[in-house]
Design a protein around this ligand. Structure first.
Ligand SMILES: [Zn+2]
Length: 290
């Protein structure tokens, strides 16, 4: 049983940048927070300083990213920050934003890992809340072939095995299995960038998204599967980014997660659905034993 204690930042950290989809300039301030606070967003550019907890209950469906909203306030593209906080085991933090979307950096979690490293981490007194997969849960989307299976582990780890099966060159067949720890997150996953196909960029721009985005902000694959004006950091950078996204979305369970996860062809909505079902299973079990 992992009884590690809760952790927060030792001091505030600030990150400047631009959102990937909307392109607005944004400053994010990450603040230490007390025990049992969790990760909570706040839009400081709005008159009403609404708090938006990073929990799956506040997810608003949106294509290609994770969006949270509460009482009319929205925060977008939160998954790469949430991945960095979960990966580095920061349980309590307030993320204040001056615009709707988190800064993109280079499309990975590296910007946030560096901010967390600069701020430092302190260990608090209370034990961390846990969300352990204690019965098998499956999410299957017949239309897309997306599938998640989550099973209990005997060794209390978060193990993610992912198979990227896509018909498109450059990101067609890659697989990886990784035990998520602060070391493996920082060394194996944090620098893996968002990727997109050139044809998708055009359709996103047609609806007003990604207009300020350049190939330096993410990996854009051409029709032959070559990165445009860019080079891959690793041959399997795409599957590493898929796992990074899962870690961010799974953090919406609001607790340290353990289990063995096996995924194929999934997107953000499948990640959210899986976490919802794991939480529902646990709630049902608690009700039955109460
Ligand atoms: Zn992503």
């Amino acid at each position: 049983m992992n009884m590690r204690r809760q952790r927060t930042l030792a001091r505030p950290a600030r990150v400047h940048g631009r959102g990937l989809f909307h392109g607005h300039d944004v400053t994010m301030t990450l603040l230490p927070a007390p025990e049992y606070h969790g990760i909570v967003f706040q839009r400081v550019d709005l008159t009403a300083r609404v708090l938006i907890p990073a929990r799956v209950e506040y997810v608003t469906p949106a294509p290609r990213r994770t969006v949270l909203s509460r009482l009319g306030a929205e925060v977008e593209t939160v998954e790469h920050l949430l991945a960095a906080l979960a990966g580095m085991q920061v349980d309590n933090c307030i993320a204040q934003l001056t615009a709707a979307e988190c800064p993109n950096g280079d499309g990975s979690s590296q910007l946030f890992v560096e901010a967390i490293d600069t701020a430092g981490i302190i260990i608090q007194s209370a034990p961390v809340a846990t969300l352990d997969v204690n019965t098998s849960v499956t999410v299957h989307d017949e239309a897309t072939g997306a599938r998640w299976t989550a099973r209990p582990t005997t060794d209390d780890t978060l193990r993610i095995e992912y198979e990227l099966l896509s018909p498109f060159p450059g990101c067609d067949r890659q697989s990886l299995c990784i035990d998520v720890t602060p070391d493996s997150f920082a060394n194996e996953l944090a620098t893996a960038r968002t990727f997109v196909r050139e044809s998708e960029v055009q359709s996103l721009r047609a609806v007003g998204l990604g207009r300020r985005t350049t190939p330096a902000d993410l990996i854009v694959f051409d029709a032959e599967g070559r990165p445009i004006q860019n080079a891959l950091r690793r041959p399997d950078e795409c599957v590493r980014h898929k796992i990074l996204d899962c870690i961010g979305d799974f953090a919406l369970g609001g607790a340290r997660l353990s289990g063995e996860f096996c995924g194929q062809r999934t997107g953000h909505r499948h990640n959210h659905e899986l976490i919802r079902q794991i939480k529902d299973t646990q709630l049902g079990q608690r009700r039955r034993t109460a």
